[in-house]
Design a protein around this ligand. Structure first.
Ligand code: FE2
Length: 227
């Protein structure tokens, strides 16, 4: 049950290759080396300060340390369904529950973002029920050229025996699948759920009546040390 497998949950992960990405850490080193002007790497223009050349704020800084451990695998559980629809929003009209926006990056072992990585999410509804007949609150997507993803969904409800969680499979193009689960901070059930893992807790903030969560995946995928 636990661990990685090599099945493709969506039959759709053969396109694309990891981009020749760069890490923020690398960029910071380069900036410290006194690059006087914004520079362009991996198709993304980076400035030395926190704004783009046009003065727009930069996207949140991806953080990854070369010594970080890979994101731990977790059991798939009984409710995964293959061939989920490709979509970044699981919201449907009339859907109840606190809105949740999850953002993050997918990195490899060298801390470079991985473009076109597959993320397949599934979760319970506000009452703690999974849709096992259709694909409600199920969907897959791919990281963009910067290795980033965004999921719009709801905070999942609780069901007996488990703390609050979201299931996900993550796969770099043509690499093994990581099956794992994401957790919410401060949940009473985190103390009682034997599957809970603190390394899988999202950073969650309240924004109005909604929640924003961040989580970066670090896949056990070697990346060439050519930076
Ligand atoms: Fe579950």
């Amino acid at each position: 049950m636990e661990g990685e497998n090599t099945q493709d949950p969506t039959q759709a992960s053969t396109n694309g290759r990891p981009s020749r990405g760069v890490t923020r850490k690398t960029l910071l080193k380069a900036a410290i080396a006194a690059a006087p002007l914004p520079f362009v790497l991996g198709g993304v223009s980076w400035a030395r300060d926190d704004t783009t050349p046009s003065g727009q704020p930069l996207a949140p800084t991806p953080y990854c340390d070369d010594n970080d451990d890979p994101t731990p695998p977790q059991m798939e559980g009984p409710y995964f369904k293959p061939r989920s629809p490709q979509r970044t929003s699981l919201l449907e009209s009339g859907m109840q529950g606190t809105r949740l926006t999850l953002t993050g990056y997918v990195f490899g072992l060298a801390c470079r973002p991985i473009a076109n990585a597959l993320l397949d999410f599934w979760q319970a509804d506000v009452r703690g029920a999974y849709d096992n007949r259709g694909y409600r609150l199920r969907g897959h997507q791919y990281t963009n050229a910067q290795g980033a993803f965004t999921l719009s969904t709801i905070v999942p409800g609780l069901y007996p025996g488990r703390t609050r969680h979201i299931h996900v499979k993550v796969q770099a193009p043509n690499r093994p699948i990581l099956t794992t689960q994401l957790y919410f901070p401060g949940e009473p059930g985190n103390n009682n759920d034997p599957i809970f893992h603190p390394a899988l807790v999202m950073a969650v903030t309240n924004v109005g009546g909604a929640k924003q969560a961040k989580f970066d995946f670090l896949l056990n995928v070697n990346q060439r040390a050519d930076r």
